[in-house]
Write a protein that binds this ligand. Structure first.
Ligand code: NAP
Length: 164
């Protein structure tokens, strides 16, 4: 199973100036619960935004730049290669962004784990639109904002519709 994990606002916004748009500790925990123990694939800019390899997961970073190396991550030159290596580690792989990588992988994903943040924010990076002819929402759990989580949000799961 290839799963895309994303947190986006009401206009599909996901980032600005190579950073996230919100501080939602409950979403970070959700992300950790989903991805721990499985390989994660990300673009070079998202890796730089996170700034380190995340614990208990193999980080596979996609980049066209040659000759760079950082401890604790696997750097590959294409998405195809990233998926190939990830699948060697585990059947369940997670694609964690950013916008550029989501655009190129939404068609190969089997499942989307979306955190829909109930906010409309200025951004420079967006998630592609989720085509209702392709994707069916199969689960949704919503949370209200609190002292630590600044916006209301919903965890949503989308699965590929069966082609008849
Ligand atoms: N809200 C969320 O869930 C979420 C999740 C992740 C990221 N984000 C946000 O998204 C933003 C970053 O996204 P982004 O779209 O700017 O960048 P990105 O997708 O993280 O990374 C883009 C980079 O990946 C490499 N790349 C892309 N396609 C490739 C391919 N086919 N083959 C080889 N390398 C390839 C290139 O690296 P080189 O330039 O090194 O060649 C490219 O510059 C940040 O604001 C971040 O905070 C949000």
């Amino acid at each position: 199973m290839t799963t895309i994990v994303v947190a986006m606002g009401e206009n599909n916004e996901i980032g600005s100036d190579n950073q996230l748009l919100w501080h939602l500790p409950k979403d970070l925990k959700h992300f950790k619960d989903l991805t721990s123990g499985h390989p994660i694939i990300m673009g070079r800019k998202t890796y730089e935004s996170i700034g380190k390899a995340l614990p208990n997961r193999t980080s596979i970073v996609v980049s066209r730049k040659k000759d760079w190396f950082e401890e604790g991550i696997l750097i590959v030159g294409s998405i195809k290669e990233a998926v190939k290596f990830a699948k060697k580690i585990d059947e369940d792989i997670f694609i964690i962004g950013g916008g550029n990588i989501y655009e190129q992988t939404i068609d190969i994903a089997d499942r989307l784990e979306v955190t829909l943040v109930k906010a409309s924010l200025k951004a420079d990076t967006f998630f592609p639109s989720i085509d209702a002819k392709i994707w069916v929402k199969t689960d949704e759990i919503c949370h209200e904002k609190d002292e630590k989580n600044q916006y209301d949000f919903c965890f949503q799961t989308y699965e590929k519709a069966e082609i008849k």
